[in-house]
Design a protein around this ligand. Sequence first.
Ligand code: ZN
Ligand code: ZN
Length: 430
Amino acid sequence: MKLLYVVIDGMGDLPIEDLDNKTPLEFAEKPNMDFLASRGRLGLMYTVERGVAPESDVAVISILGYDPYKYHVGRGPLEAYGAGLEMKDGDLALRCNFATLGQNRQIIDRRAGRNLTTEEASRLADAVNRLVKLEAHPAEFEFRNTIGHRGVLVIRSRVGYSLSGKISNTDPAYERVAGLGVAKMDVKMILEDCIPLEDSEAAEVSAKLVNEFIWKSHIILDGHEVNGRRESEGKLKANVILTRDAGDTLPKFFNINERYNVRFACLADMPVERGIARLAGMDLIDLPPPSGDLVRDCIIRSEKLLEVLEKFDCFYIHIKGPDEPGHDGDYMRKTEAIAAIDRYFFGRVLPKIRLEETVICVTSDHSTPCNLKAHSDDPVPLLISGGEVKGDGLKNFSERECGRGSLGILERGTMLMPILMETIGAEKTS
Ligand code: ZN
Ligand code: ZN
């Protein structure tokens, strides 16, 4: 029995007055997900637990079956690992953004106008890697741009010294609360100094290295030809690299394939989800980065899945789309994103698979309610269908119907994976 475990980013929501008091999922035209719902079991899930509005990384760790309180080590290392950088304990890994720095440390745009192309970012990253030398400590670094304005940075000591992730963010939009990245409410758009968050030499050295990296790379970036051209085209310069979510260790996940005696593959495009999947022991299927056109991206993902379907037992498929309009409070665009995923992903996959031999789970990593424009702790909709699953007789895949389903309410995301493995008849080996 195969498993398609589809996680749709930020899909959960709350009723919206302008949508006849329906949620975007409830309002969206989604015949394929409704078909799965009508033959499946429904429920709701707190992806971490009640009271926690998680970031994606924490939530994904949890819904893949790893207790986030035990395994979470900060987003930087996960992103770096997912972007293909090597990282070992004692290396310092950070999530980065290209941004626009003006006079007096003022940040004009945290994302350099949000229109930096991957080609521009690659050329800038190349210059930084070639020309910046760190001297605060004998260290080398690797900076890699990932998607658009995003990037990752790994700093390694050349003398075997262990660096520390206990340092502050220089990106003013995020602060660190108990080691976890949290979006700040009122943001002063000033480039912050990186400061140690604990009284240790390692944290002090690490903060110094990050500050040195930021200022030396700023000089290179500000004078780079790519930025000269952007300026002449009336675009914002990508002349500074902001850092956040530092970490110095990788989580020690148990191997998901060995635990359940299956072969898992991951179809996800963002570095953080790829990093988590790679650490869990899944094979990463190559995907082009998101193109900004969800229809096109869904078609590519459906084709990729069908191409590798025979090679693996289980697939963790993470689809972006509804989260961003949720952050923008744009409920129509969120509704359209859900409909596009239904039509161009599920609509193309379902006719090509044998449902009696395939269990399909559809859920979300967290809710991103349009009215809040942020992640919330509201439980996410959950459906398990196909295989030998007996349906609940409910017709509509929505938060409301899921509240009436036979799966009930899963109080923790870690409860889901054992249910899925039991449903496909996988044997737990330890
Ligand atoms: Zn998410
Ligand atoms: Zn989000």
